[in-house]
Write a protein that binds this ligand. Structure first.
Ligand SMILES: [Zn+2]
Ligand SMILES: [Zn+2]
Ligand SMILES: [Zn+2]
Ligand SMILES: [Zn+2]
Ligand SMILES: [Zn+2]
Ligand SMILES: [Zn+2]
Ligand SMILES: [Zn+2]
Ligand SMILES: [Zn+2]
Length: 466
């Protein structure tokens, strides 16, 4: 059914009000977040910007439960195994099906304690979080997506059905028969002996088995939640990472990209219209942007949120300027700012000695010795810095600009250098080489054509995602 704009907005709003996770506290942010409220299309909390699964601490929300039941029943229809879904017990929120109580205990004893889904435990919260994360509802059900057109809805259904038919499976937990010589775990390569408990995945071949703690996604290395895996090219994946092997995922809305075109930047993908500033949502297509933690920002938002100040001159470091960063300190990447605190020798591309928040060219400078009368300036260090020539030149020009930097008076008042108390040998080990970091990225955004998904998985994987 087609919805007109106003109707659709209304339905979104009521969906938001009915959201079962609304108001849930954030496990990561604690008191900092007043409670989950979903962003219009990003699938994150508008308050703390964390994902839903960081907030969902209640028992499996109704909607998710429905989705899981559907996934599992779909799986059974396509499955060649004799498995049924895991049934909860009084003690556990979920147990692998078909096991005797002592085998359930044996299975869970292989897992880290905080991954065991005891009712009302961190392990149960971990399970819910992983259900939401590993099996995103919007990877299979168009109703959880933001704005698919009819063709894309059809394509998503096909994509999902095909993955269920060809890749989806659920691991089966069994005791390895004592009579047999044992097998090799597909993950760690170590022995699984007769009498051990093991996970079997029929998609991977009947002899393939894993230690319970080794049955994990090849991409994210998380334990596969409720033993649900997707098998592809000899590896097992969680649903999220299997989908990403076939199709790009939008970094902003977290949905699989079904459109013909998308934006690619630094190895990640966005819907064309979702490549926008994480703060103000200004469109960034064809614009300059700065990436921080895989999120693009417009220049002005970035500057107002994350401006750094130069430790030498005290001036703001503009986004177009090179920046040196070391141990929480920042400098302009110019000779006049990134230089020895005592002799002003430029240190760009050279080893330097950090000490008490200042940087030095040599141990003697760091000790406050007069660089003019020690031609040795550390013979031991000279060899490590063969182009060590002293130029005092124009460094001071910049220092006049700002007060408050630790270097301001250093030429006239060497006492401020605080002679070091550590032994000289310890000082020598502090030599560090810095690399210049340019924060500004330009021109690396480009549009990538995604091809329409074909019916066969083979063709899809050959379509060249990543
Ligand atoms: Zn949070
Ligand atoms: Zn939040
Ligand atoms: Zn193993
Ligand atoms: Zn994964
Ligand atoms: Zn998107
Ligand atoms: Zn912005
Ligand atoms: Zn500076
Ligand atoms: Zn020096």
């Amino acid at each position: 059914m087609f919805l007109r704009g106003s109707k659709k907005r209304r339905s979104n709003r009521s969906q938001e009000e009915e959201d079962p996770d609304r108001g849930q506290p954030c496990m990561r942010c604690g008191d900092q977040c007043p409670g989950f409220r979903v962003h219009g299309w990003r699938k994150i909390c508008v308050h703390c910007k964390c994902v839903r699964e960081e907030h969902a601490v209640r028992p499996v929300p109704g909607q998710l439960e429905k989705m899981m039941t559907k996934l599992v029943s779909d799986f059974q229809r396509h499955s060649i195994s004799d498995d049924d879904s895991g049934c909860a017990s009084e003690e556990y929120a979920w147990v692998p099906p078909g096991l005797k109580p002592e085998q359930v205990y044996q299975y869970f004893s292989c897992l880290p304690e905080d991954r065991v889904p005891y009712v009302n435990s961190p392990g149960e919260r971990y399970r819910i979080k992983q259900l939401l994360h590993q099996l995103p509802a919007h990877d299979s059900e168009p109703q959880y997506c933001n704005s698919l057109d009819e063709e894309e809805k059809k394509e998503l259904r096909l994509f999902s059905q095909q993955r269920k038919r060809e890749n989806l499976g659920r691991g089966v937990v069994r005791l390895f028969p004592v009579t047999m010589t044992g097998a090799i775990c597909q993950q760690c390569g170590r022995q699984i002996c007769g009498g051990d408990i093991a996970v079997f995945a029929s998609r991977a071949g009947h002899g393939s088995c894993w230690h319970p703690q080794c049955f994990q996604c090849a991409s994210c290395s998380e334990l596969l939640v409720d033993l649900i895996y997707f098998y592809q090219d000899g590896q097992i994946y969680c649903g999220r990472h299997h989908a990403e092997r076939l199709k790009p995922r939008c970094q902003a809305c977290d949905e699989i990209i079904l459109a013909d075109e998308c934006t690619e930047a630094e190895g990640r993908y966005w819907h064309m219209k979702h490549f926008c500033c994480f703060e103000c949502e200004a469109a960034l297509g064809g614009q300059r942007y700065i990436m921080r933690e895989s999120r693009p920002y417009c220049c002005s938002c970035y500057e107002s949120l994350y401006a750094e100040y130069c430790d030498t001159c005290g001036e703001h470091i503009g986004i177009d300027q090179g920046q040196m960063t070391y141990d929480g300190q920042h400098w302009h990447a110019v000779d006049s700012c990134f230089c020895c605190a005592r002799c002003q020798l430029p240190l760009l591309g050279r080893p330097f000695l950090p000490r008490r928040g200042l940087i030095f060219c040599s141990r003697s400078c760091s000790l406050g010795e007069d660089p003019n009368n020690s031609d040795s300036c550390d013979s031991a260090l000279q060899s490590r810095s063969p182009h060590h020539n002293r130029r005092y030149g124009t460094a001071e020009k910049h220092h006049k600009l700002q007060c408050g930097s630790p270097l301001h008076n250093q030429r006239t008042d060497p006492v401020t250098l605080h002679p070091p108390s550590e032994s000289q040998s310890a000082a020598a080990t502090l030599w560090t080489r810095m690399r210049m970091k340019m924060r500004m990225r330009r021109g690396c955004k480009r549009v990538r054509k995604t091809r329409r998904m074909k019916m066969r998985a083979r063709e899809v994987s050959e379509a060249g995602y990543i």
